[in-house]
Ligand binder design. Structure first.
Ligand code: 1CP
Length: 343
């Protein structure tokens, strides 16, 4: 039997919608917190294949989702490019901010495959360990979101510095995006060669850009990555997640040619149903509602499946699981979704 996630992404009929959760591994799981104590340095944790394997498998044991996502981080690519990435407890990622051409010109994507070899080793081991019906998702940050972290030096900003550089020196910024396109293609292609069956591009900060800038720094680089991955790996499903794309979701899908689009929680379900005529859709339960749980969450699950379950659909959240989410709420969704199959 073909894996349920792959069927949905190829827009073939599936009984119940496949499901997985963005950030299904991580701090909301007590067993992850215990595992993390073995290696307090987060990047070293990511570069230790046994630990990455175990962190990937933890949510599968609890919830039996239809997909595993490689345990890693989008910022490993910035680390491979030599941008001095650290993870500070309680603060998230910190990088030396890149300020202009003098920092951009020396960048090269060449070290990616050798530097990130431990990540690909983890992919191989995960692929070998997965249950037969579970698909393995590889991922990378999309160029705009990577550029934002590299310029801002951290997350949680309004992207003001990155947007300023893009306007003030578009050629210099284009050179940075070009290196990131190359690095992303190499990183995703290596994950596919080692056993990833699907890849997702996280453009978590796409929604910060003005429309023209969105076309230039989100749509165009993504279209190029899709084209180059397709050349090397025909048939590999690609999920794009341009979080906050709003009115530009439709254009993003058509112009990039992704097989599926991840929708954030602000996208109305009627709109999602329109997009579903063009490609598979993934999403978009509010991660805050998952934290709250109860009847409001149950109603939202039913409505999502009612509106989108008839077409190509992958149940997920609108953004990643928050650290203070009760595991029981996640278990509850998994149980409800499996009940749709039985009904
Ligand atoms: O202390 C810890 O254990 C670190 C917490 C943590 C974890 C568990 C970070 C730091 N990254 C991760 C893993 C991770 N990151 C995964 C694999 C786990 C899974 O999904 O099950 C994935 C896919 C990511 C992707 C990622 N990292 C994104 C894109 C998705 C999104 O949430 O928008 C982004 C933006 C990052 C950067 C990052 N890494 C970590 C944090 C806290 C952040 C966000 C910082 C911010 O901008 O606020």
């Amino acid at each position: 039997m073909e894996k349920r996630l792959l069927l949905a992404l190829h827009r073939r009929p599936v009984g119940r919608p496949p499901f997985w959760f963005m950030r299904q591994a991580g701090r909301y799981l007590p067993e992850y917190q215990r595992l993390r104590r073995q290696e307090p340095d987060f990047l070293r944790f990511c570069y230790t294949p046994e630990l990455a394997l175990e962190a990937t498998l933890q949510p599968l044991r609890r919830f039996q989702p239809d997909a595993a996502i490689l345990f890693s981080d989008i910022l490993v690519v910035a680390d491979a490019l030599g941008r001095n990435v650290r993870f500070v407890e309680g603060q998230g990622p910190v990088l030396d901010p890149l300020t202009g051409r003098a920092d951009i010109e020396p960048l090269t994507a060449e070290p990616v495959e050798t530097f990130l070899a431990p990540v690909y080793k983890a992919v191989t081991r995960i692929a070998a360990a997965l249950p037969a019906d579970v698909a393995l998702i590889g991922f990378a940050g999309a160029p705009w979101t990577m550029a934002l972290y590299m310029i801002e030096g951290k997350g949680g900003t309004d992207g003001g510095r990155a947007r300023t550089l893009a306007y003030a020196d578009p050629e210099g910024f284009a050179a940075l995006i070009a290196v990131l396109v190359e690095a992303t293609v190499r990183h995703l292609s290596a994950q596919i060669r080692h056993g990833a069956e699907v890849v997702q591009l996280f453009d978590s900060w796409a929604g910060l850009l003005a429309a023209e800038e969105f076309r230039r720094w989100v749509i165009a680089p993504t279209a190029e990555i899709v084209r180059r991955l397709r050349q090397q790996h025909p048939g590999i499903p690609i999920i794009g997640f341009p979080r906050g794309a709003g009115l530009l979701y439709g254009e993003y899908i058509r112009a990039t040619g992704v097989d599926a689009v991840g929708l954030d929680a602000a996208v109305p379900l009627e709109q999602a149903a329109v997009l579903q005529r063009v490609c598979a859709v993934q999403g978009n339960l509010d991660n805050i509602l998952l934290k709250v749980g109860g009847p409001a969450m149950d109603r939202a699950i039913v409505r999502l499946v009612e509106v989108l379950g008839g077409g190509p659909f992958v149940f997920n959240l609108g953004h990643g699981i928050l650290p203070d989410t009760p595991c029981e709420h996640v278990a509850r969704i998994a149980e409800r979704l499996r009940a749709f199959a039985a009904a």
